[in-house]
Write a protein that binds this ligand. Sequence first.
Ligand code: UD1
Length: 363
Amino acid sequence: MKITIVAGARPNFMKIAPIIRAINEHNIEGPKIEFRLVHTGQHYDKKMSDDFFVQLRIPQPDNNLGVGSGTQAAQTAAIMVGFEKELQENRPDLVLVVGDVTSTMACAITAKKLCIDVAHVEAGIRSGDLTMPEEINRIVTDSITDIFFTTTQEASQTLEASGKTADSIFFVGNTMIDTLFQNLENLQAPAWWKEEEFTSKEYFLVTLHRPANVDDMNNLVNLLQNIMKGTSPSRVIFPVHPRTKKVIDQSGYAHPHLYLTDPLPYLEFLYLVKNAKAVITDSGGITEETTVLSVPCMTLRNSTERPETITIGSNELVGTDPVKLVPFLVKVNEGNWKKGSIPALWDGHTSERIVKIIADRYQ
Ligand code: UD1
């Protein structure tokens, strides 16, 4: 059988890496699953893309659509045009998309319109917040997906409640956690760690890239001022997404305890997560990683599509008003953070389960 695997933006890369690895392992013994890897080019900077391919040993894409940046509509359209040509020239039995980025939705639509089956990894999660492009991407992708792979039972139930049949939904766990377990022994301190005299469990790690938090300069500066006040006298490391960088540069904001750095490669970033006193973020994926690493995490959003990181894991939903961080930071500083545990099937073997299900179905 032939699969086309799609990756477009940074959070996709850690989700496809273990699936490709599991396919290669499957192919040693079983009948071969042939795959083509298509990179849409939604993320294109070395630090947002290439570094992940190298560290996670992802093979070079067979095709890079090179779509680059643009508005939601322009990006979606460019991906669809490029991916349609790819599928016409190399028609697979199945297109596999992961996560919730624009590339996920655009490629799912394109495949389905060519009557090609679609598998969605990380299906069924919902924040209920339609102001986030990711939520629209999730809903649209799942509305036309043929095989759903879910990270939680709750996501499976959401899909069933929306009318999807039980035989199309597979609760398999979390491929991003496969990648985490596969790389845990190899995490490495960033080059500047020693020189800057950072110490394990004595700094906070911050990431912010949601349009609602970063696109307005005054809002972002207010957020940072409150974070610096609340975490004082600890130092704060902030690897800055290109979208956020533009706004920080424009504002000129700086603080003696704030260490700004470029986006980091996977092994360095996860090193910082694992050793942080706590993480403050507006990312969804990072809350899964802090859950597994049992690191206190505060999410600067009003909703989450990953409630298990709160009910089971070490994450708390703070909201977007930074003043609300204060009681959470008090808990961190008092060493009073809740003890979380790891959700079911986040065990490092999700990709093997996915590949077995695909092989059983198509071979
Ligand atoms: C995308 C995903 C988001 C994910 C995030 C992780 C969607 C709708 N959003 O958001 O879910 O959490 O990636 O990073 O798909 N840029 C660069 N270089 C790059 C990529 C982007 O400079 O390699 C800049 C461009 O100015 C671009 C902006 O960042 O306009 C935003 O990039 P885009 O891919 O549109 O969305 P993200 O904010 O990265």
